[in-house]
Design a protein around this ligand. Structure first.
Ligand code: SAM
Length: 346
């Protein structure tokens, strides 16, 4: 296993550290989960910045975990590395005996380790068996998807996950090729995609196979289903003052994140009531204004950051919310009183 440290620059690292600091640095043994450990760039920086913090690092890729273990060796006494899909977080916390956590980071998508590995089939630029599983110990491969899905399913995957305009044409080309023989290599698939796209469209928007490969990767790893389950569990696991940061690279990931947060930051009480009913107030506050985008300098230094969208939130203290409610109620009464004749307050 080679030294990979220099090959991956953690995306929006300073901003992530800044957002997590109030939760992780509030004294005592705080607990941080890195739900997508990868090569542990973010994790290492968190451990360096917070000498008391315990890290729980999850990754579904055993190769990534092996690299992370080497990189984090000097923190071994406060690090748990777990081979898990992030939607298994509640089980992992149960097993390790941590009922609540103070911070959690999701840095979604694939790592440079996976993209650059010549044998894993993620990259259209390198010929490899069509695998694309982040966890090579289980699940269906891209080869199975490409060779077995009916036309409508294949076209839907390419259109929805790849935002591919020519999804129908590419799916038809794949089905035609399947009749001649099984499609087993990433180079053959990339070539098929290129051939099915009209010539003028080939010249725009990067490599013509990029969107198809992204779509297959999302399908093979059931990435959006896992995220949709994982986000509410992560928010539930955070203690009061605990913070979550999510880095998305795909509009559907960002949409799921936005929806999961929106559900927690709004009041669930009837809109026409002047005060919150107990337990119906927001349980989180947003730390990011909409989705934060990377600055020009970040993108110049780290091309992977170009498509990133950051969202973050903090768990609120229900008693403080109660207090806020009482204050608001008082001020409403005061305002109401001001408009009543004879109160003498005006
Ligand atoms: C972009 S990389 C993370 C890079 C990391 N932040 C760093 O600084 O090195 C994403 C990692 O998340 C892992 N991953 C993606 N989806 C996952 C899931 N559903 N459950 C667990 N790990 C996942 C991938 O295997 C990959 O190693």
């Amino acid at each position: 296993m080679g030294e990979l440290r220099g090959t991956h620059v953690p995306v929006l690292l300073e901003r992530c550290l800044e957002l997590l600091a109030p939760a992780l640095g509030r004294g005592g043994r705080t607990v941080h989960v890195d739900a997508t450990l990868g090569l542990a760039g973010h994790a290492e920086a968190v451990l360096e910045a917070h000498p008391e913090t315990v890290l729980i690092g999850l990754d579904r890729d055993t190769e990534a975990l092996a690299h992370a273990r080497v990189r984090l060796a000097r923190f071994a006494d406060r690090v748990h590395l777990e081979h898990a899909v992030y939607d298994e977080l509640p089980d992992v916390l149960d097993r390790l005996g941590y009922p609540g956590i103070d911070g959690i980071l999701f840095d979604l998508g694939v790592s440079s380790l996976q993209l650059d590995a010549p044998d894993r089939g993620f990259a259209y630029a390198q010929d490899a068996p069509l695998d694309m599983r982040m966890d090579q110990t289980r699940g269906v491969t891209a080869e199975e998807v490409v060779n077995t899905y009916p036309h409508p399913d294949l076209a839907r995957v390419l259109r929805v996950y790849g935002e591919e305009k020519f999804a129908g044409r590419i799916a038809s080309a794949i089905l035609r090729e399947r009749e001649r023989g099984r499609i087993t290599s990433s180079a053959r698939l990339a070539e098929l995609v290129r051939e099915s796209i009209p010539a003028p469209a080939r010249r725009t928007g990067g490599h013509p196979a990029k969107r198809t490969f992204q779509a297959l990767r999302i399908e093979v790893n059931r990435e959006l289903a896992a995220l949709e389950t994982a986000l509410p569990s992560a928010l539930d696991a955070l203690t009061v003052g605990g913070r979550m940061v999510v880095l998305s690279y795909h509009s559907l990931e960002d949409r799921l994140t936005k929806a999961a947060l929106a559900d927690r930051v709004r009041s669930k009480g009837p809109v026409d009531l002047p005060v919150e009913l107990p337990g119906s107030g927001p349980t989180f506050r947003l730390l990011s204004r909409g989705a934060e985008l990377p600055g020009e300098a970040e993108v110049a230094a780290n091309p992977r950051a170009a498509s990133v969208r950051l969202r973050a939130a903090e768990r609120l203290d229900p008693n403080a919310t109660e207090q806020g409610r009482t204050d608001r109620e008082r001020s409403r009464r005061r305002v109401k009183g001001m408009h009543q004749p004879g109160t003498g307050s005006g």
